[in-house]
Write a protein that binds this ligand. Structure first.
Ligand code: AHG
Ligand code: MN
Ligand code: MN
Length: 322
């Protein structure tokens, strides 16, 4: 199926929200174009700067952030943005109705090896009656998201989007510069035999995760009675996309490698939008102890443990945490 749906005329979705997503997609098309130019566009490599998380910023982190930030702040629809690459929120239009959180380029370590990267976004409304632009406005649980999605800059560029009624998948047609609807409803298989975790952190995990992964590795010879396969793309966008396409469990669990940083992934612009997508496709998303989308955020760059994917497998993993 291939259908031209100018992102994304959906009967039951507010036209203002659709227009905002279309605006955001204009920036993502530009990122896609530059990424595919690669070395020719002189956009690979690092800058000398670090972001607020203490991570070296790649040139493309900065470029992507600037493109998305500019287009959103000029749209007239956005009250403020929160980005992985901005220390604080950035105010937009006084009358803007929306708040947008984003990870402009997820999987930065893959940029220089011409491998998978993506953009993740989460859209909320400004709480009723609030004026100005403050960080507090953003501190709403993931259940308050009105839309979320990611753009995967792979061999083809794809957009996975939810506005709270399932997940639709679009593919960028470079000949016309538009996203075409290529899958009406993504659905995550309930069972799986595939897991994704950075095994190099094994000795730093909690006992519950140690035990769970040990049972997966034991395969047919252990309590699970079946063999499991492993994948790790090092870009959440790529790993979650695989889970949406063919099922699986993806986790970046708590670890004690660095006591000041027990979690890696960020709640507002990585975990929440991905959780919204996963739940809308029939999967489950948890920290191990609570539903991610029910967390009340304390700050915009807060980190969180993530376990998401195929319903039955995630529930099995959660049973180890009880
Ligand atoms: P970012 O590039 O936006 O900082 O995010 C990278 C994140 C996530 O996408 C991925 O799952 C994880 O970091 C990879 O971590 P490791 O380097 O430990 O594999
Ligand atoms: Mn990221
Ligand atoms: Mn990033």
């Amino acid at each position: 199926m291939q259908r031209f749906v100018p992102v994304l005329r959906q009967d039951n979705v507010d036209p203002q929200l659709i227009s905002l997503i279309n605006t955001l997609m204009a920036a993502c098309k530009e990122i896609s174009f530059r990424l595919h130019q690669g070395e020719l566009a002189g956009i690979l490599g690092s800058t000398l700067d670090e972001n607020i998380q203490g991570e070296t910023q790649k040139k493309l982190d900065i470029i992507s952030n600037q493109l998305i930030k500019d287009i959103l702040l000029e749209s007239g629809q956005v009250r403020a943005i929160a980005s992985e690459e901005e220390d604080t929120i950035v105010a937009g239009s006084e009358n803007g109705r929306y708040l947008v959180c984003f990870d402009p380029l997820d999987g930065s370590s893959n940029i220089d090896i011409n491998s998978l990267v993506g953009t993740i976004f989460s859209i909320m409304e400004v709480p009723e009656g609030q004026t100005g632009a403050t960080e507090e406005m953003f501190l709403q649980p993931g259940t308050a998201q009105v839309a979320a999605g990611y753009v995967l800059y792979g061999a083809s560029t794809q957009l996975a989007l939810t506005t709270g009624d399932g997940v639709r998948l679009f593919t960028l047609d470079n000949t016309i510069g538009e996203f075409l609807l290529t899958q009406e409803r993504m659905s995550i298989t309930q069972e799986t035999a595939e897991f994704a975790i950075n095994m190099s952190n094994q000795r730093f995990w909690e006992p519950a995760m140690q035990d769970y992964i040990a049972d997966l590795l034991a395969g047919e010879t252990g309590s699970r009675d079946k063999n499991f396969n492993m994948r790790w793309i090092a870009a959440m966008v790529g790993d979650v996309h695989r889970v949406l396409c063919r099922g699986g469990i993806f986790t970046y669990p708590t670890d004690n490698k660095n006591p000041n940083k027990p979690y890696k992934l960020r709640l507002m612009y990585e975990a929440n939008p991905m959780s919204f997508l996963v739940e809308q496709a029939g999967g489950v998303s948890s920290t191990g102890y609570e539903r991610i989308m029910e967390i009340n955020p304390q700050e915009i760059h807060q980190r969180v443990a993530v376990i998401l994917g195929s319903k039955n497998e995630v529930n099995t993993c959660l049973s180890y945490h009880k």
